[in-house]
Design a protein around this ligand. Structure first.
Ligand code: ATP
Ligand code: MG
Length: 429
């Protein structure tokens, strides 16, 4: 078929075979976030371009070259969101939710960045982002990290480690910036094109270069942590002490800067050694200046975002993502009356056992074909209803995943018999 419509490069379908891991991450995140008192917020996928320029910063990769920006029919300059924090902060401002109030929020969904697609790096990807607004920390900094650590435990993810750093205040950063510019200018010949441009606009961004040829130069650069103001220093120490008290291992990485400009003081990243170059699965930090920068009442904030695609990949690698069977019970029907009654019986069973998944054989087929479908559905149990059983007012139950005989149950007792049989099947696995 030469005229098939092709998918957009870097934008993926998530097929039913992979959805199990997605759903377990989403439901674990929902539960764990709820347990820490966070509430969900949903904001538009599209915002004014100006929002991201102001929030993320003009000299970041994201704003310089990765945004999906367009002018709509009404002449407005709009952008598909490349990250979640800016939109959530905009929503707090637009809805008058600041004024000394505190908010613990999370937001999940698709993000868009025009990057070079590769394993773990896509043009549409998904994040769960978590924001705590109105808290100065460092207690909330510790708690947010503990929350993430709990989520990894819940998901059976072990191959991650935590790196933290402090970016100090804008003032202490300015002093450091001078030292850095001096150093970079002395090595101007070794800078790549991107870094030379950043040296003009935002020299700290040079430290975030992904170009391997720049690595040695960056390694030898002056270190931000050596120029921290006393308050930021104390904040970082308190964060370290809090993490130690909770038994959360971490490493201070003095070269950790983030890809977005709005961070100050605490930044952190959960890194894995299992996914190659795309090694960050969860990144975040404190953005005390952001809300003010967007025109809201100055309010401190801290947050992080986890990349769902990378977490799914990690769970697949660690073998903790079980594929989700589509049914608990597959209903096999045989004969004209039984086939007609099957629809009604399935409805009754769904009423009686709301948490259970019943898949009724649709579209006919002989026993062999129906059992093949039953097997593929992943169901633990087949319910067999033929004209003969129907005439006697019973149905047969047959475990599909273990050696065990078939049993019969009168139709009025069927729901209870199914529960018993499913419990027995679950015990065996
Ligand atoms: P990276 O250094 O990998 O480019 P980043 O610093 O741009 O990441 P953030 O903007 O902080 O990352 O996004 C938070 C998380 O979202 C990352 O840790 C990563 O797991 C995920 N992520 C970021 N960009 C992509 C992408 N293009 N495709 C898939 N996941 C991504
Ligand atoms: Mg990036």
């Amino acid at each position: 078929m030469s005229d098939q419509i092709q998918p957009v490069r870097g934008m993926n379908d998530v097929l039913p075979a992979e959805i199990g891991a997605w759903q377990s991450i989403e439901s674990a995140a929902r539960e764990v976030l709820g347990a820490y008192g966070f509430q969900e917020i949903r904001v538009p996928l599209v915002e004014r371009t100006e929002l991201f320029k102001r929030a993320i910063g003009e000299y970041t990769d994201v704003v310089e070259k990765e945004m999906y920006t367009f002018v709509d029919q009404g002449g407005e300059n709009l952008t598909l969101r490349p990250e979640g924090t800016a939109g959530v902060m905009r929503a707090l401002i637009s809805n008058g939710m600041l004024r000394g109030q505190r908010h613990k929020l999370w937001c999940a969904g698709a993000m868009f960045r025009h990057e070079r697609p590769q394993k773990g790096r896509y043009r549409q990807f998904h994040q769960v982002s978590v924001e705590a607004v109105g808290f100065n920390g460092p207690d909330v900094d510790v708690e947010l990290i503990a929350l993430a650590a709990r989520l990894w435990r819940r998901l059976g993810i072990t191959r991650v480690r935590l790196e933290i750093n402090s970016l100090g205040t804008p003032e202490s950063r300015r002093a450091y910036r001078e030292k850095l510019v001096e150093y970079l200018q002395a090595h101007y010949e070794q800078l790549d094109e991107d870094s030379r441009r950043r040296l003009q606009g935002n020299p700290l961004r040079v430290l975030d270069s992904k170009n391997p040829e720049m690595r040695a130069l960056i390694e030898a650069a002056p270190v931000l942590t050596d120029h921290l103001d006393p308050q930021s220093q104390a904040h970082l120490q308190a964060l370290c002490a809090g993490l130690e008290a909770l038994g959360i291992p971490f490493r201070i990485n003095p070269r950790l800067v983030r890809g977005l400009d709005y961070y100050s003081r605490t930044v952190f990243e959960w890194i894995t050694d299992a996914l190659g170059t795309q090694d960050a699965v969860c990144s975040g930090g404190r953005y005390d200046g952001l809300i003010g920068q967007l025109g809201g009442e100055a309010t401190p904030g801290i947050g992080f975002a986890m990349g769902i695609e990378r977490l799914v990949a990690l769970m697949n690698l660690e073998g903790t993502s079980a594929p989700l069977p589509s049914a608990d019970v597959y209903i096999v029907v045989n004969g004209e009356r039984a086939t007609a009654f099957g629809l009604e019986l399935a409805e009754r069973l769904r009423d009686a056992l709301p948490g259970r998944r019943f898949e009724l054989n649709l579209g006919g087929g002989n026993f062999k074909a129906q059992f093949r479908r039953a097997d593929r559905s992943g169901a633990a149990l087949a319910l067999i209803l033929g004209d003969d059983e129907l005439a006697r007012g019973v149905a047969a139950l047959k475990p599909l995943r273990r050696e065990a005989g078939q049993s019969e149950s009168p139709l009025p007792d069927l729901a209870a018999a199914i529960e018993t049989a499913l419990a027995a099947a679950a015990e065996q696995t």
